[in-house]
Design a protein around this ligand. Sequence first.
Ligand SMILES: C[S@@+](CC[C@H](N)C(=O)[O-])C[C@H]1O[C@@H](n2cnc3c(N)ncnc32)[C@H](O)[C@@H]1O
Length: 268
Amino acid sequence: MVKLTDNEFLEFVDLMHMNYGIDLSKKRVLIEGRLSNLIERKGMNNFSQYLDNIKKNNKEEITTLINKLTTNYTYFYREENHFKYLKEVIFPYEEKNNRTKTLNIWSAGCSSGEEPYTLAMLINDYFKFNASNWNVQIFATDISENVLSKAREGIYTEESIAKLPEPYKKRYFEKTIDSKYQVLPEIKKHVTFKVFNLMDPMTAKNKYDVIFCRNVMIYFNAETKMNIVNKFYDATKPQGYLMIGHAETIQRNQSKFTYISPAIYKKE
Ligand SMILES: C[S@@+](CC[C@H](N)C(=O)[O-])C[C@H]1O[C@@H](n2cnc3c(N)ncnc32)[C@H](O)[C@@H]1O
């Protein structure tokens, strides 16, 4: 096993924090455990060689690294409180007040697509994509190209859709020959997937009615998280919302968002 020296560890923590906002200061064992095999397979002898390689900014190399160090765990209809709130509060409000009949939603840190597809299904259920004149765009981004290619493919296991209400399972998937579930084109066409690192500047050309950034900022330290939350604020329409994971919090005095209920924040 390739060992991580104290200096290499500090350099690693710095590099990941500066470039990706990922806080690994307490993850020494995880870094060593998840990367030493990879380093050996590359024929390298130590972490310093690997770090030099990363610093060359090879996109593929960086994606592999981020995939190894973060978790992409997700599933359909995860944390259903948010979906309940959409159906009971946000959609009725939009239906009544949104004159342009345009809805822009952003799933930031969408992983393999379960979250944005859940949103597309929910919105279709409420606003009826084909039978109404609502224009709905769901923008879904992640730092990892790997998970995005799975998302674009849109094929999932039974386990991954287990929490979805039964009618959604029936209405929005086609069974594949190997007993998997393929998201229907009518849902897929409303979701646009794109690579985006949340540390990068957000050119808020489009403003969003609702931003979902759930179970992503857990990797970030407090400062990075506040910077990103502030950028989300600028990218949200007035009366729009930010949804975060239920295990996460935003310090009330450090953000302009108003706390509504656990994991739900609003731009008043
Ligand atoms: C645990 S998944 C969350 C998926 C989904 N939002 C959910 O709650 O089920 C976290 C995702 O955040 C992505 N991520 C981590 N750091 C990121 C960054 N700096 N920019 C964009 N995405 C990032 C990871 O690649 C991963 O797919």
